[in-house]
Design a protein around this ligand. Structure first.
Ligand SMILES: [Zn+2]
Ligand SMILES: [Zn+2]
Length: 160
């Protein structure tokens, strides 16, 4: 595997890290987008384990994925040129709501993230779109929420 194919993630926040090459070697940094949200730690890079799910919660777009909701691929009913592909990742808080079938509360979480990031409330059309998409998702769920195992630090300096 080429070095550039290695995905490094931060053990603390589970975000995928940017690579910066310099004369001193390679450094792994939080992406600008991630650093913009006041991360309170320096990156702690590790190789992404097989099956790692990086990025954010697929529901609120904010939390760190803690669960996988297994789902079939499906076309979004509101726009059949777009498809949902594979499983959805859910953060702890969204997963707790999904497990209790509180889908409207999940939409409230999306709305709260939207306000936090843009300063504007979620437009009613976007809210309706989410309702349609979550309803379609529910028809395509193939199993229960499944916890993602925590990342473990495996630094190269560890005695084996
Ligand atoms: Zn981090
Ligand atoms: Zn979430």
């Amino acid at each position: 595997m080429a070095e550039s194919d290695v995905v490094m993630v931060c053990t603390v926040c589970r975000f995928v890290l940017d690579v910066e090459w310099s004369e001193d070697g390679v450094r792994y940094l939080h992406t600008r987008a991630d650093a913009a949200q006041d991360l309170d730690h320096d990156p702690v890079p590790i190789d992404a384990p097989h099956g790692f799910r990086g990025g954010r919660c697929d529901f609120c777009f904010d939390g760190i994925p803690a669960f996988i909701l297994p789902a079939r691929d499906f076309l979004y009913p509101d726009d059949r040129s777009q498809a949902s592909s594979g499983d959805w990742a859910a953060c702890q808080d969204c997963a707790a709501l999904i497990a209790r079938n509180k889908w409207l509360k999940v939409i409230e979480r999306v709305a709260a993230t939207h306000i936090r990031h843009t300063g504007h409330s979620l437009p009613p059309a976007a809210r309706t779109q989410l309702q349609i998409r979550y309803r379609a998702l529910r028809r395509n769920i193939t199993g229960p929420l499944c916890a993602i195992p925590p990342l473990r630090e495996t630094g190269n300096n560890d005695p084996a």
